[in-house]
Write a protein that binds this ligand. Structure first.
Ligand code: GLU
Length: 507
């Protein structure tokens, strides 16, 4: 490993909501920085103005903040290399493109979009659908390598539109060592002369990315595998500039649950789970995509789950706080193969974190859910009691209400099928007799209620299977759930007895 101080960056383009794969990239960068006492930067790569989406940058900042992945430097926090938004750094890139031209590693290309379209069409007709502007084809194009110097000067002086392209060497092996993929080797014959500076003076991703990584003193580039094909070009640019290249680590793709291809934005709601950390409403189409936060995920569970998509500690530990991940994470142990996403596992993580929450914190989350639904929040001891009664079945805070609405208001009705099966002509009579006994129980607590119920069964000759479900229907409206006596204890005497009377009156 190089001895440079660790400085890594997450460099998203604000082209829409941040995909969970992007959050994982940010997370791995963050973990790596923290465990090396380094810095984690956030840079916004918005040089492609045609793909700019309003609100996307704010979304990225909010998503990272929700996950607790806070940058030490960069957009939203500032720092010595500001600005951290590339569009605001535009004037800075030009000199680097000029430097490459002066050294013979880049050139002006005057080909119009129509010219390019034409050669592509011709190549296609001749059986080559993948025409590229490269070290071979450039010799037949309109650029400063083929045009006489005076003509180039004349065109530049006349302000004719042009782009600056990198001049790749022909037939050269570019090799570099990736922290995850080991040695990567690509022949320049397979690469094209990418545009570095566009007609409007804006740099492309390649130029801006390399220049900024250099100016921001980035030591390690940790990014998604989709950028691996760009790495040889970046390596060459470092060489042309005579700069020390950062180390590279290309992270495995996130795959769909069936392993069939990349987990894309479109898969999300179609497959029944979010692919975005937060809810996103597309400003272009109005389309709404769900988010992990709104779905009821705890940020700690979400980041723990993400960390495990492509890495694990090599033993059977699975539950980690962010701080514990900082200690345990190992970039060199990140897998090469794509990581298959498993929503059931994601839910499992959430369940574990939900169970581990301090009672008051869980109660707070459930209260927020109740308020969103317009359901009155009960007294703290009732709320906490309800949470602990229903926690076993809950994956998300909202499951507490969904699995036990009767803990928060009277039953909205009685399960008709179970009523048909269990309610008999004598049910009301027995329930009223039971209610009389329960009325004497003080304090009104589960254990005493249960023993009173049992003695009533013995005395009246009723079986548990006859009266138990009927009592539960009275209290909850349904026949499944936690202990009915615990439930009654929580609801209190007045409410419980009223519910018993209500079902009797109605049937
Ligand atoms: N702007 C690129 C992206 O959107 C950054 C790739 C990189 O990290 O070099 O992911």
């Amino acid at each position: 490993m190089s001895s440079r101080p660790v400085r890594v960056r997450f460099a998203p383009s604000p082209t829409g909501a941040l995909h969970m794969g992007g959050v994982r990239t940010a997370l791995y960068n963050y973990l790596f920085a923290k465990q090396h006492g380094g810095k984690f930067l956030l840079r916004i790569e918005d040089t492609d103005q045609t793909r700019f989406v309003p609100g996307a940058e704010e979304y990225i900042l909010e998503a990272l903040a929700w996950c607790g992945i806070s940058p030490d430097e960069g957009q939203g926090v500032g720092g010595p290399h500001a600005p951290y938004r590339q569009s605001e750094r535009k004037p800075l890139y030009r000199q680097y493109a000029d430097q490459l031209i002066a050294a013979g590693n880049a050139y002006y290309a005057f080909d119009t979009p129509e010219d390019l379209e034409l050669v592509r069409e011709r190549a296609k007709a001749a059986g080559n659908p993948n025409w590229q502007y490269n070290s071979i084809t450039r010799t037949a194009m309109k650029n400063s390598l083929t045009l006489p110097a005076e003509e180039v000067d004349r065109r530049l002086a006349a302000g004719e539109p042009y782009v600056i392209r990198v001049k790749l060497p022909r037939n050269e092996e570019v090799k570099f060592q990736d922290r995850i993929r080991s040695w990567v080797s690509v022949n320049t014959l397979n690469l094209d002369d990418k545009v570095l500076l566009k007609g409007d003076g804006m740099p492309t991703y390649h130029l801006a990315n390399v220049v900024d990584d250099r100016l921001m003193d980035i030591s390690h580039v940790i990014r998604g595998e989709e950028w691996l094909p760009s790495a040889p070009l970046h390596i060459l640019l470092y060489r042309f500039f005579d700069w020390e290249a950062p180390e590279f680590a290309h992270l495995p793709l996130l795959l769909r649950p069936d392993g069939n291809g990349k987990l894309s934005k479109r898969d999300g709601d179609r497959l029944g789970f979010p692919v975005f950390p937060l809810r996103w409403v597309s400003p272009e189409t109005g389309e709404v995509s769900s988010g992990y936060r709104e779905r009821g995920f705890l940020p700690e569970a979400f980041t723990n789950m993400l960390a495990f998509l492509g890495w694990n500690p090599g033993d059977n530990r699975e539950l980690f706080s962010l701080a514990e991940l900082v200690d345990a994470f190992n970039l060199d142990k990140v897998h090469k193969a794509g990581a298959r996403f498993d929503f059931e596992k994601a839910k499992w993580f959430n369940q574990q974190f939900l169970r581990a929450l301090p009672a008051a914190e869980l109660a707070q989350k459930v209260a927020a859910d109740l308020t969103r639904r317009g359901v009155a929040v009960p007294a703290p001891h009732v709320l906490e009691g309800a949470c602990s009664l229903l926690l076993d079945r809950a994956v998300f805070p909202q499951d507490v209400y969904e699995n036990g609405p009767y803990l928060f208001h009277t039953p909205q009705g009685y399960d008709p099928e179970m009523m048909g099966k269990k309610w008999t002509d004598t049910s009301a009579e027995h329930l009223r007799a039971l209610a009389q006994r329960f009325a004497t129980v003080e304090p009104f607590a589960a254990e005493a209620l249960e023993s009173n119920f049992k003695s009533y069964l013995a005395e009246s000759g009723q079986g548990f299977g006859q009266l138990g479900p009927v009592l539960r229907l009275a209290i909850t409206g349904v026949t499944v759930g936690p202990s009915v006596f615990e439930t009654m204890g929580l609801l209190g005497k007045t409410e419980s007895l009223e519910r018993i009377e209500s079902i009797c009156r109605a049937h």
